[in-house]
Design a protein around this ligand. Structure first.
Ligand code: APR
Length: 257
């Protein structure tokens, strides 16, 4: 990667007043968490999304679905924020205008220290009752879950109505959380620079936030070592991992202070 592109992006960050960051699974790849589509180890390369990420799939086989999410929860809990998460959190310390919209259901942004954030696709640790939707807290992930994604584990039952508990993530065919979506639209309306990090851009309506920014004439920087549908609509494409690009951009912002 040429340093002048990084320098130019560093200048854009320094001169922006409302920096918005939009992240996908690639943001957590360097923390050891699998992405969904871009490699043979990606989740949807190994399992059918309709079976594991739909209400239908949960109704058909609660133990298979809950066991798979327990495996994901255990691996996320074991993972740590990478240099990219940490750089974003440090950048927020330097500039309170920074906001993060993430498609990720892990909590690595928060564990790195990011505070202004919305989760468009929910949060894996915020389980709730499938019947009455009340939050369910205090789930203890069984020991065997971390090794075996196919371990069948019956979900816990709601302490209020006795219904089965489901993961707090948005499944295919489900609506996005209203508050998270309206907050995201507002941040897109306000931003003057958009950093798109680690997302293939194939899932709607999340991906439409980037075209919304484009239509407003917002400058867009993509951080992705691979391909993304967003490539055609960005001003700069840093073909690097988030864990390398973000610390490099942070250095350029700090060195000019
Ligand atoms: N740094 C930055 N980007 C990376 C890295 C990295 N280290 N490693 C991989 N990537 C890129 C890939 O090149 C790809 O473009 O991250 C992107 C991951 O794309 P997906 O796996 O499709 O993940 P994402 O775009 O977040 O998926 C969107 O699909 O199934 C749903 O709910 C799920 O939120 C998810 C949504």
């Amino acid at each position: 990667m040429s340093h002048d592109v990084l320098d130019a992006c560093g200048d854009l960050l320094r001169n922006s007043r409302h920096l918005l960051v939009f992240t996908g699974a690639g943001m957590s790849a360097e923390s050891g968490l699998p992405t969904f589509r871009d490699s043979d180890n990606s989740l949807w390369a190994r399992w059918p999304p309709e079976t594991l990420a739909s209400a239908e799939g949960f109704r058909d086989d609660k133990a298979l679905v809950w066991g798979w999410y327990a495996w994901r929860m255990a691996n996320i809990a074991k993972a740590t924020p990478n240099a990219g998460h940490n750089a974003l959190a440090e950048l927020e310390d330097l500039r309170a205008d920074l906001a993060v919209i993430t498609q990720n259901v892990d909590d690595l942004h928060e564990r790195a220290g990011t505070r202004r954030i919305v989760h468009l696709h929910g949060s894996i640790f915020q389980s709730r009752c499938f019947a009455c939707a009340r939050p369910f807290v205090g789930y203890e992930i069984p020991d065997g879950a971390i090794e075996d994604p196919s371990l069948r584990i019956m979900p816990p039952k709601c302490r209020h109505c006795g219904g089965y508990v489901r993961p707090g993530v948005v499944w295919f065919g489900e609506a996005l959380p209203v508050t998270a979506w309206s907050q995201s639209e507002q941040w897109v309306r306000e931003c003057d620079l958009l950093l798109v990090i680690g997302t293939s851009g194939v899932v709607q309506p999340a991906a439409s936030l980037v075209s919304m920014a484009r239509r407003r004439g917002v400058t867009i920087i993509l951080i992705d070592p691979g391909q993304s549908e967003h490539v055609a609509s960005v001003d700069h494409h840093l073909r690097m991992g988030a864990g390398t690009a973000l610390p490099a951009l942070l250095e350029r912002v700090k060195s000019a202070r």
